[in-house]
Design a protein around this ligand. Structure first.
Ligand SMILES: *Cc1c(COP(=O)(O)O)cnc(C)c1O
Length: 352
């Protein structure tokens, strides 16, 4: 439990006072046969399906279906144009530019820092430990009265490991700002999601996405789970129609595919273990971080030359060799079995 958290005190003044935009769809929500309130084209769209009407600003149907899959009530859910939108809205809701700060724990997902920079919010970095866990003492020291947000990515990108849940709870209990847990890779993890801890922690925001395990990266749908009060803040400041109708329609359809998604998750985890065990046999591989995600961070000799060689072979991995605490590492996404085999052959050829 966190007893001293005060959402109203944490919000930026301008956001607390904000009178939100009221769209045509906010002002009349019932049934009607003649819609002349939103300056839409009444004839239709030059497409097989009509998209001439503005979409539901709060995506009720979609949230209802997601809520059953995720086991979280719709009132605790925000949908964004990718997780990126939720990250940006968190800064805009809670952080006053040039006054407030955010704590980041590198090496981690790059968007947290870029979004802080866009919003002119100071970043305080407290590196992860050598085994990629939280430095709790360092974090406690870095927090001051202007620290409004703290991002934790678990499983972490680019390292792939999960962050110790007990440590995350320690922060949730002791920090009176917002703790954001980014669970983009939770479907591949042995750890359980923090979604069932929402009732316990009023300062908890969980991010998930349909861009990874769900195979819908191009549709741009990110989820945020939080208290009803925090979700109301998101809804107040988001662009009114942030999730387009094509995305809402296609995701509704895709959500019937839970079975195939679960098969793909199992296949990816199995392939990850094959890839790890084969990489581990190579003398030039120095370390592989145990992964709970659909990628592995591998420390190996001549990472930049290997990266360049793989590009020549038409195989693209992520060069993380210049990133703090990831020196000498490549981040490799787990592909299909034939893709992983091609990768392994190319790596062997390079070293031979
Ligand atoms: C890929 C990824 C996301 C997904 O972002 P979207 O904007 O939803 O596509 C979020 N967080 C992390 C850590 C990621 O690696």
């Amino acid at each position: 439990m966190n007893m001293s958290f005060n959402l109203n005190a944490l919000l930026r003044d301008n956001i607390r006072k904000l009178v939100p935009y009221s769209s045509a769809r906010d002002e009349f929500k019932g049934e009607a046969s003649v819609w002349l309130d939103a300056n839409e084209n009444p004839f239709g769209s030059p497409l097989p399906h009509d998209y001439n009407r503005y979409p539901d600003p709060l995506q009720h149907q979609l949230k209802h279906k997601l809520s059953k899959i995720k086991g979280v009530p719709a009132e605790h859910m925000f949908l964004g144009n990718g997780s990126d939108e939720a990250i940006d809205l968190l800064y805009r809701a809670f952080c006053t530019p040039q006054v407030d700060n955010v704590i980041l724990v590198p090496p981690t997902y790059g968007m947290y820092e870029v979004s802080a920079n866009i919003n002119d919010i100071a970043v305080r970095k407290v590196n992860l430990t050598n085994d990629y866990q939280l430095n709790l003492d360092g974090i406690a020291e870095a927090i001051d009265q202007h620290t409004k947000l703290l991002f934790i990515c678990s499983p972490n990108n680019p390292t792939g490991n999960s962050i110790n849940a007990q440590d995350i709870e320690t922060i949730l209990v002791n920090f009176n700002g917002i703790v954001v847990i980014d669970e983009a890779y939770i479907n591949y993890s042995k750890q359980k999601s923090f979604t069932q801890a929402l009732a316990e922690f009023p300062n908890l925001v969980i991010l998930q996405t349909l861009s990874k395990a769900w195979g819908l990266a191009a549709l741009r749908l990110g989820l945020a789970f939080a208290s009803k009060e925090i979700i109301e803040v998101f809804n107040k400041i988001k662009p009114p129609y942030n999730i387009n109708q094509a995305t809402q329609d296609l995701v509704l359809e895709a959500l019937d595919g839970v079975d195939i998604i679960n098969e793909w998750i199992k296949a990816t985890v199995a392939e990850r273990e094959v890839l790890v065990s084969k990489l581990a046999t190579l003398a030039q591989v120095e370390h592989i971080t145990p992964s709970d995600a659909n990628f592995v961070l591998v420390k190996l000799s001549e990472p930049r030359a290997l990266y360049a060689y793989l590009v020549e072979q038409g195989i693209i991995v992520r060069d993380r060799s210049k990133v703090t605490l990831c020196e000498g590492c490549l981040r490799i996404t787990v592909g299909t079995k034939p893709e992983n085999e091609r990768l392994l052959e190319a790596i062997q050829t390079f070293y031979n």
